[in-house]
Write a protein that binds this ligand. Sequence first.
Ligand code: FUB
Length: 330
Amino acid sequence: MKKNSKPNEPLVEHIYTADPSAHVFEGKLYIYPSHDLDHDNLSTHDGDHYAMEDYHVLSMEDIDSPCIDYGEALHVKDIPWASRQLWAPDAAFKNNTYYLFFPARDKEDIFRIGVATSASPAGPFTPMDSCIPGSFSIDPAVLVDEDERAYLFFGGLWGGQLEKWQTGTFLPEADGPAETEPAIGPRVAELSEDMLSFKGKVQELQILDENGSPILAGDEDRRFFEGPWVHKFNGNYYLSYSTGTTHCIVYAMSKHPMGPYTFKGRILSPVSGWTTHHSIVQFKDKWYLFYHDSSLSGGIDHKRCVKYTELTYNEDGSIQPVDPYETDKK
Ligand code: FUB
């Protein structure tokens, strides 16, 4: 008998899961995580220890229902263009089809973003023969807006290679900007009607401080690192992301999906493990933050577990910060 799901506890314990992208499809919560593997790869700056090979789809009938694992939904061996490292995915529904967007290294070891489709939110998913033309880096997140226009947000520094794309082509030796220069922003592109290619040009999202100046690369408490996620609440777009080296999930707001976004503050305090990665979803009348930590493996960062906690907005639309370990103590 599976146990009921509880806030701030691992959703599943029979596999390691990370990078949860949560959506409501067909009245249920579906979670699209990375599937961390139990292996001995050395931890490197480029994230070689995140050597994931497949995706499993999870789902919950209700927020306190047992979390079901539908098994393998896609494996790297079935993706013609990919070589390794199936990192953080996301999913979307449009055209009566479920789309799984995922990053992987191509045969030249460069991260690209691919799409796979299914008639069911639980998969299995059939990948396209090629990655999305013009795609690069990691951590895709899709927003299908109320007008049915769909946007793909993506990007991540270091292992995610975003620094190497500053000129528009891949420069393997490229570094990030100096600390006093504007930070590198996540990327966005509008998706074509069939969701399989970019309709417009890839653009860099601007994240500004309260005075309208760009957040700088040295501002590690606020600058973008990886894991962009965009959701909409009361007509505002919220861009949330990981700050990487300072291990927080923070957010910025805009009136337009393509920005510019104004930095607002922290959503999630550092969790156990180096990485932090999240998604935000409304289910019934409440809002939830899905996140991961490495508590299930005793702190081993490439073996993480997906959890959730409730999220609360203030009257002015700002988000109340969450410390999941504080909540545990209450
Ligand atoms: O899980 C592999 C990578 O670690 C993800 O793509 C990043 O967001 C970080 O969580």
